[in-house]
Design a protein around this ligand. Structure first.
Ligand code: G4P
Length: 518
C-alpha cells in the first residue's frame, strides 16, 4: 500500500504540444515559491539549448529532446496541520513524435497531470501518453486549460475525456463563461469564485462568494455538479477516475486548486515491483532504478548523468550503492538534486526523489541500485522498435568509432542497436522518427562519424527466450533473421507482423517478447 507518511509527490505533466505544459509548469513552480520570475522556465530552456549545441536538432526544431526534473516545496496549512510537501516534477519531452525517453520517464512517476486545451480536447499525443500511464495504473488529474479563450462547452470536454479515455470524470470546478464572457472559476469545494482582476484579467488571489447567475449558466453549473460521479479517492488512485479542474495557466486560474489536489490526493511514493516482490518505500535499505541517462552538455567530456528514481530508504551523500549491471559498489559522492532554480548537491534524499548521478557510462537505463545488491526492479522495458534502419558509414574506416557510438547511444536509450548474425550492416531501432534524427546528428557532432540511414528489410524485432537447445535449434534455421542486441541477447528480426505470428506458432517452446526488461 502507499506510504501515507511520505510528503513526496513525484509526478509528470502529459499533454499535446501547445496545450500549455510549459506555462503551467512555470505557474506551479511560482506557486511553490521555487522561481520568482515569470518566463523563467522558457528562458532556462533557451539558455540550456544554447549551451547544448551538440544536440543541434534541439535548436533546429526549437524543441526540448531531453527531459529534466524540477523539485519545489509548498506548505499546506490544511494538510495534517501545516505540512510541507515536496514536489518532484519530471518533465517529459513535449514533441509530437515521442520517444522511449518519454515512456521511461513515466515509469518513474507516481501520478500525472493531463493538460487539455479547452478548444481542442484530447489530441493524439495526449492519448498516447495517457495509454502509457494506464498501463501502469498511474492516477491522473485533468486540467482543462485556456478557458480565458473561446473553447468547447464544459460538457463536450468532460464527455470527450470520459469517452475517449474510458475514464470516469469528476469535475471539481467550472468556468463561469469562457473567452470574452469569462467571469472566473467556481470552486465546487467551497462555492467561491476566483475572479479576474486588472487589465490583464489575471487571478491574483481574490475570491468571492458565488452570487446570482444568469439562468442558462446556473443550469449548466448545476448539471456539471450533479451529472458526473463524485470524487472518489480510491477510484482516482486506481486510475479509474480523473478529477477535472478548469483553468487558465496563462492567467493563473485553477493552478492553486491543482497543486492542492496533488498534495492531498496524488499518491505518495508507491511500492515498486522487483520480480515477485513489491519493494515498499518504507524499507530501510536504499534502493532505486535508473530511468534515464543524459550525456553531458559538453561534447568534450564523456560524462553522463544517470537519473535514479529512489524507491526506498534514506540516501546520504557518499553512500555506496551497487548497480545491478556492474555488480560492485560505487560511492556516490556528488549526487545532484534538481531544484528549479539551481542544481544543488544533495545531502539526503527520500523515496520518491530523483537523484542525478554523474558517471562515465557505468550506469545504464534499467539498472537497479541498492545497498545490498539483493534485488532487481522489473517493469522498465525496452520497447519493440517500430522503425528499423541500416546504418551506412560515409567513411568505411570508421567502423570501430561507429560501434562505440552505437553502444554508447543505446546505453543512453537514444536508440536500440542490433548486430545481425550474418553480414556487417548494423541496424538501429527506434519507436519514433525523431530518435533517428537525433542519432545522425549526435554521431556527427560527438563521435565525428558521418553516417546515413537506409531502409532495412525488417519491420520489427522480438527478444527470444527459451532453453539453450530450443534457441540453438531456432538459430540453426533462422540465422539470417537473427541479431544480437547491445547485451548480446538474441533477437528475432521480423520482416512483418505476419512473420512474427508465423514463428510464434511454429515455435511454441520459445517466447517472442516485444519488450525486454533489463
Ligand atoms: P506547451 O509547453 O504545452 O507546448 O505549451 P506552452 O505553455 O508553450 O503554451 C503554448 C501557447 O499557449 C503559448 O502561446 C502560451 O502563452 C499559450 N497559453 C498557455 N496557457 C494559456 C492559457 O491559459 N490561456 C491562453 N489564452 N493561452 C495560453 P504562444 O503565443 O505560442 O507562446 P508565447 O509567445 O506566449 O510564449
Amino acid at each position: 500500500m502507499a506510504n501515507t507518511k511520505s510528503n513526496r509527490r513525484t509526478f509528470a505533466i502529459i499533454s499535446h504540444p501547445d496545450a500549455g505544459k510549459t506555462t503551467l509548469t512555470e505557474k506551479l513552480l511560482l506557486q511553490g515559491g521555487a522561481i520568482h520570475l515569470a518566463g523563467e522556465v522558457k528562458a532556462r530552456g533557451q539558455a540550456r539549448r544554447a549551451r547544448s549545441d551538440w544536440m543541434k536538432i534541439e535548436q533546429q526544431r526549437g524543441i526540448s529532446v531531453t527531459s529534466s526534473v524540477m523539485t519545489f516545496e509548498k506548505k499546506f496549512p490544511d494538510l495534517n496541520g501545516g505540512e510541507t510537501i515536496t514536489f518532484n516534477l519530471l518533465d517529459t519531452p513535449g514533441h509530437e513524435d515521442f520517444s522511449e525517453d518519454t515512456y521511461r520517464t513515466l515509469t518513474a512517476v507516481d501520478s500525472a497531470i493531463m493538460v487539455i486545451d479547452a478548444a481542442k480536447g484530447i489530441e493524439p499525443q495526449t492519448r498516447k501518453l495517457f495509454e502509457v500511464c494506464r498501463l501502469r495504473s498511474v492516477p491522473i488529474i485533468t486540467f482543462v486549460n485556456k478557458v480565458d479563450r473561446e473553447g468547447r462547452s464544459i460538457f463536450e470536454v468532460l464527455d470527450e475525456v470520459a469517452d475517449a479515455l474510458a475514464l470516469d470524470v469528476s469535475p471539481q470546478s467550472a468556468p463561469l463563461g469562457m473567452g470574452g464572457l469569462f467571469k472566473g472559476i467556481l470552486d465546487f469545494s467551497d462555492d467561491t469564485v476566483a475572479v479576474p482582476e486588472g487589465d490583464s484579467k489575471e487571478y491574483l488571489g481574490k475570491r468571492e462568494p458565488l452570487g446570482e447567475l444568469p439562468d442558462d449558466l446556473a443550469e449548466e453549473i448545476e448539471l456539471a455538479r450533479i451529472g458526473y460521479p463524485e470524487f472518489d479517492l480510491e477510484a482516482y488512485r486506481h486510475g479509474d477516475l480523473t478529477p477535472v479542474f478548469f483553468g487558465s495557466a496563462l492567467k493563473n486560474f485553477g493552478v492553486e486548486e491543482l497543486i492542492t489536489a496533488i498534495a492531498e490526493w496524488a499518491p505518495p511514493p508507491r511500492p515498486q515491483p522487483a520480480g515477485e516482490e513489491q519493494v515498499s518505500p518504507d524499507r530501510d535499505e536504499v534502493t532505486g532504478f535508473i530511468f534515464k541517462v543524459q550525456a553531458n552538455m559538453d561534447p568534450n567530456h564523456r560524462d553522463r548523468i544517470a537519473f535514479m528514481r529512489q524507491v526506498s530508504g534514506t540516501f546520504k551523500r557518499g553512500m555506496k550503492l551497487t548497480p545491478s549491471g556492474l555488480g560492485k559498489p560505487i560511492a556516490i559522492h556528488s549526487p545532484i538534486l534538481f531544484f528549479a532554480q539551481d542544481r544543488e548537491i544533495a545531502d539526503t534524499a527520500e523515496a520518491g526523489d530523483i537523484i542525478g548521478i554523474p558517471n562515465h557510462g557505468t550506469l545504464r537505463v534499467g539498472d537497479t541500485l541498492s545497498e545490498k545488491n539483493d534485488l532487481r526492479f522489473t517493469g522498465l522495458p525496452n520497447f519493440a522498435p517500430e522503425i528499423l534502419r541500416r546504418v551506412i558509414l560515409k567513411d568505411p574506416t570508421k567502423t570501430k568509432q561507429l560501434r562505440k557510438a552505437l553502444d554508447d547511444l543505446s546505453e543512453e536509450g537514444v536508440i536500440q542497436v542490433f548486430y545481425p548474425e550474418i553480414g556487417a550492416q548494423w541496424i538501429v531501432g527506434v519507436v519514433g522518427q525523431l530518435q533517428l534524427d537525433v542519432l545522425v546528428s549526435r554521431l556527427e557532432a560527438e563521435y565525428k562519424v558521418g553516417a546515413h540511414l537506409e531502409a532495412s528489410p525488417f519491420a520489427t524485432a522480438r527478444w527470444l527466450k527459451g532453453t539453450e537447445a530450443a534457441l540453438k535449434n531456432f538459430e540453426d534455421f533462422n540465422r539470417s533473421n537473427l541479431a544480437r542486441d547491445r547485451d548480446g541477447d538474441l533477437v528475432f528480426m521480423a520482416k512483418s507482423p505476419w512473420d512474427v505470428n508465423y514463428q510464434v506458432e511454429k515455435n511454441p517452446e520459445l517466447t517472442f517478447s516485444a519488450t525486454k526488461e533489463r
